[in-house]
Design a binder for this molecule. Structure first.
Ligand SMILES: Nc1nc2c(ncn2[C@@H]2O[C@H](COP(=O)(O)OP(=O)(O)O)[C@@H](O)[C@H]2O)c(=O)[nH]1
Ligand SMILES: [Mg+2]
Length: 455
């Protein structure tokens, strides 16, 4: 996956490193090489153009981070732009308020729909759902048989339909009824494919869409077909309105052009990638991890990320203002916790910053990541109003929050107590040294929660 592109980009960065200093001239050369590498990876030319423009603009405009070398800064920018083009966040599946959630699996013949339907069933079961399968490829009995075999392999029920149910619509209607009766919450509909997009197929799919109101219309495409996959996804989207894409056969695709283009061209997210023929070879797509993989330098990237977060001045100043004015809300509390979580053990972060001598005392503080996740989950379960004003969180609200976050009322109480203590501590800090003597001092991310009891 992305192997060729990864190799080429790493070569570009290596050459840049050799240059020592970053100049307009060698930057121009690097950009040209990055452009070539992307085009050779079969990335859509418009996407390449935009990527290069963004990288160029940022590289020229970026304020200098003294903690990074010029090459590291270019890597940082390329990484950020790759993540952006890949969709920024993981796009999770949507579910209907009223079960069953209907997912239509659509795409051209041979793209991997039937295989992916089985993989999705398995993935959904592992993630707390009870999916039901149905094949509506009524033109090819072998195709329905194929899904039956897959279902048997993964030990999943499949709706086979009665003798009267012959059309795709009759079959799905029957399958949906059975879901309701047996308490299955997701109906996966494996649809027929054609070699090309044709009118008849579109009419059939449109009819299924109208009658079933699917929450997800997932377009399955073969990544190895590169820009053809992107083109057909785009056409399907224009005709049918897809909600996401699943790219299969990523295990055999060393270029990655489809993955890099699909979001930008269709406006629809890449939700999963298929990475093998087996039923567990399906992965949710994470733009940041993919970018990481493309750049192939996880260690450098995490160092860069940590260093740039440390220099995130705007945030620090804002936080400081809040400390002094004591309007530090649960929202801010959560932000800080998340930042601590992202940075990992404070010790390793401090190791990278020899300059901040006054923080050395914090070195032995351990950050329990699971506990932070727990606390963040509790705050997530609060309403915006509650997060803005913790005073309104009474007994019944605490019970609701505990339930929503899968914790106990005691844990919610504990969190609110910690938060109140943190506020108090800040108040005394802001009245004392923070407010006067160190008025312009930057705060380390996560400060001062690293020191809290039990965290
Ligand atoms: N290597 C690999 N093969 C896959 C993947 N997904 C599907 N296939 C293969 O692609 C072929 C066509 O898949 P199928 O599900 O029948 O496609 P459909 O016509 O769209 O239903 C089969 O041989 C699958 O084993 C994948 O992620 N990796
Ligand atoms: Mg099929």
């Amino acid at each position: 996956m992305f192997d060729n592109l990864s190799d080429k980009l790493q070569r570009v960065f290596k050459n840049l490193r050799g240059e020592g200093k970053l100049t307009a001239v060698n930057m121009e050369g690097a950009l040209r090489e990055i452009r070539m590498a992307l085009l050779e990876a079969d990335v859509n030319f418009r996407v390449v153009k935009q990527l290069i423009e963004n990288i160029k603009e940022k590289a020229m405009g970026e304020e200098v981070l003294t903690a990074l070398s010029p090459t590291q800064q270019v890597i940082k920018i390329v990484n950020e732009e790759l993540i952006k083009i890949l969709g920024s966040h993981e796009s999770k599946l949507r579910f209907a308020n009223e079960p069953p959630s209907v997912f239509l699996i659509v795409g051209l013949q041979g793209s991997g729909k039937t295989t992916t339907t089985g993989k999705l069933a398995r993935w959904l079961s592992k993630n707390g759902h009870r999916p039901q399968l149905v094949s509506v490829d009524v033109y090819r009995p072998a195709a329905r048989e194929q899904l039956k075999i897959i279902a048997r392999d993964i030990n999943h029920p499949i709706y086979e339909g009665s003798a009267e149910e012959k059309t795709p619509l009759e079959l799905t209607t029957g399958a949906r009824r059975e879901c309701q009766q047996t308490g299955r919450d997701v109906l996966l509909v494996d649809t027929a494919g054609r070699l090309h997009i044709d009118e008849e197929l579109m009419v059939e799919l449109q009819q299924l869409k109208d009658q079933l109101s699917p929450v997800e219309i997932l377009f399955v495409a073969d990544a190895m077909t590169g820009q053809d996959a992107v083109k057909s996804a785009d056409e399907f989207h224009k005709r049918l309105g897809i909600t996401g894409v699943i790219l299969t056969k990523m295990d055999g695709d060393a270029r990655g052009g489809a993955a890099l283009s699909i979001r930008n061209v269709t406006g629809q997210p890449l939700k999963f990638v298929g990475v093998g023929e087996k039923s567990d070879a399906l992965e949710p797509f994470h733009p940041d991890r993919a970018a990481n993989r493309i750049l192939g330098m996880g260690d450098v990237l995490s160092l860069i990320e940590k260093a740039s977060e440390q220099i995130d001045q705007k945030k620090a100043i804002e936080m400081q203002r809040k400390l002094i004015e004591n309007d530090f809300t649960l929202d801010d509390f959560r932000d800080q916790l998340r930042q601590v979580r992202k940075l990992g053990p404070l010790g390793s972060l401090l190791d990278m910053m020899p300059k901040v001598g006054m923080l050395k005392g914090l070195k032995d503080v351990k950050v329990d990541e699971k506990e932070i996740d727990h606390v963040v989950a509790i705050i997530d379960s609060m309403t915006p109003k509650e997060r803005a004003n913790h005073m309104i969180i009474n007994g019944s609200r605490r019970r609701r929050i505990a339930k929503g976050s899968g914790t106990s009322v005691q844990e919610v109480n504990q969190l609110l107590k910690q938060y109140a203590e943190a506020r108090k501590m800040m108040k005394s800090l802001s009245g004392g040294m923070m407010g006067k003597k160190f008025g312009k001092m930057k705060l380390p991310p996560g400060f001062p929660f690293g020191q809290m009891p039990g965290m």
